[in-house]
Ligand binder design. Structure first.
Ligand code: FAD
Length: 415
């Protein structure tokens, strides 16, 4: 028995109304119940409860924004520290990976043929929940490995690749077929899939860095954070000053990676204050501890240089809370502009889907996300879209939730 884990499990009050699960967790995992099983040292029981609602416990346990999700409304947190739900989920999730746990599959053949495009957390979750119900699922993935941003986005120091691979293997044990090196729009076409399958689920993410559309954004030395990580485009940072613009996970991960790769100075610029940063507090602290500097309430207005980046012009902001807004809006303070020297700029202010999304003939939002209804259905009733591609809040748990919901929707059509 792991005493530390037992103690943490015993700290849970096992609340009847389960705010952690009902308000906090996008997947509505039955948190008090799986913790209860850990208390009883019934780890298989804990895994059984987790796998009713998620197929990614070893991953979500490590990298979900717990304070913004399950741990936020934890009753223990009112007067002290909330229960460390992430740690307990990681424990039970790892136990399943290390003990040859198999996800329960219903012994019925429903024989619906489903194609899923993209094997990130959304696609994997949809595949698993469909396979559990006896459907024939094929994932088409552009790379020769699954996982999406779990592999080429989130760095190893936060989410070890081995854990991701083991979690994927456990999912694939359900009997899911995977076709690797198949890229929609290149060697894979939606019309063919529509003919061949009963339903198509689009799950190819949204990993193109959004642009600010400011002067100098096309200079050499300006990178999109998402592309920098996905394609490993890093230049030699030794002795260089790198400005990373943004306040979320991509900004924090990029800043830490760039610092670890030897940059002399890494400065994160964010237009609101630390309190409004979308990144988890522990990630911000880790970045600070590793020497990353922060300029809060500063907005980039211009990138300056002949051919390469030489300077960045910033403007200071004040925060104004308007009626009906959940967080204050940054407003530029007139004449507060100043410049700092820089060699590289990384834009990490959000991401949008690749162009192939718009080329599918489906209705899209003005930012290029695929439009879906409350069931996850696109403007073509045979085609669903899930995860970041359908603008599902850019977290793993929300991507997984949309995958699970669409799987249920498709399954209900045949029951
Ligand atoms: C640096 C970084 C750090 C992050 N940190 C966190 C975190 O700590 N916590 C958290 O909850 N979320 C985090 N996120 C967000 C999270 O990773 C995403 O919300 C989640 O991965 C979205 O899942 P998805 O399945 O929709 O898309 P993706 O993970 O992007 O997966 C899409 C899949 O589709 C494949 N694909 C793409 N194009 C095609 C094509 N044309 N044809 C076939 N296949 C294709 C891709 O290779 C990939 O496998 C982070 C994101 C980044 C970039």
């Amino acid at each position: 028995m792991n005493l530390e884990i037992k103690k943490e499990a015993e700290y849970c009050l096992h609340c009847k109304n389960k705010p952690c699960s009902n308000i906090g967790c996008p997947l509505n995992i039955n948190i008090p119940e799986f913790i209860e099983k850990i208390k009883e040292e019934n780890y298989k029981g804990a895994a059984d409860i987790l796998y009713q609602t998620t197929v990614l416990p070893a991953i979500c346990g490590r990298v979900c924004p717990h304070y913004k999700q399950c741990m936020g409304p934890c009753v223990r947190g009112i007067k002290g520290n909330p229960v460390n739900i992430g740690k307990l989920e990681t424990f039970a999730g790892d136990w399943a990976l290390e003990n040859n746990y198999q996800i329960k599959k219903e012994n019925i053949e429903k024989q619906k043929r489903i194609a899923i495009i993209g094997g990130g957390p959304a696609g994997l979750t949809a595949a698993a929940f469909l396979a559990m119900k006896g459907h024939n699922v094929t994932i088409y993935e552009k790379y020769d490995n699954l996982g999406g941003l779990l592999i080429y986005g989130i760095p190893d120091f936060r989410l070890p690749k081995e854990v991701v691979q083991n979690q994927i293997n456990l999912i694939l044990n359900l009997g899911i077929d995977v076709k690797y090196n198949m890229q929609l729009g290149k060697n894979l076409y939606i019309n063919d899939l529509e003919r061949e399958y009963d339903n198509v689920i689009l799950a190819f993410g949204a990993n193109n860095s959004a642009k600010m559309n400011i002067d100098g954004e096309d200079l050499e030395g300006v990178f999109g954070g998402n592309e920098l990580l996905e394609y490993n485009l890093h230049p030699d940072y030794k002795g260089k000053v790198v400005v990373v613009n943004g306040g979320g996970n991509v900004a924090m991960d990029t800043a830490r990676i760039v610092k670890n790769l030897g940059a002399e100075k890494v400065i994160v610029t964010y237009r609101r204050s630390r309190d409004e940063m979308p990144a988890e507090s522990k990630e911000i602290e880790s970045a600070m501890n590793e020497g990353v500097e922060f300029l809060f309430q500063n907005n980039i207005v211009k990138i300056i240089g002949e051919k390469n980046v030489e300077k960045v012009e910033l403007i200071k902001t004040k925060l104004i809370k308007k009626e009906g807004e959940t967080r204050p809006s940054p407003v530029n303070i007139e004449n507060s502009n100043y410049t700092i020297d820089a060699d590289y700029v990384v834009m990490a202010i959000g991401s949008v889907p690749a162009n192939e999304a718009k080329e599918l003939g489906l209705e899209c939002t003005k930012y290029g996300y695929i439009k879906v209804d409350e069931k996850g259905m696109t403007s073509n009733p045979k085609i669903y879209a899930i995860g970041d591609l359908a603008n599902n809040k850019s977290t793993i748990a929300w991507a997984a939730r949309s995958g699970r919901n669409v799987a249920k929707e498709i399954n209900n059509e045949v029951t």
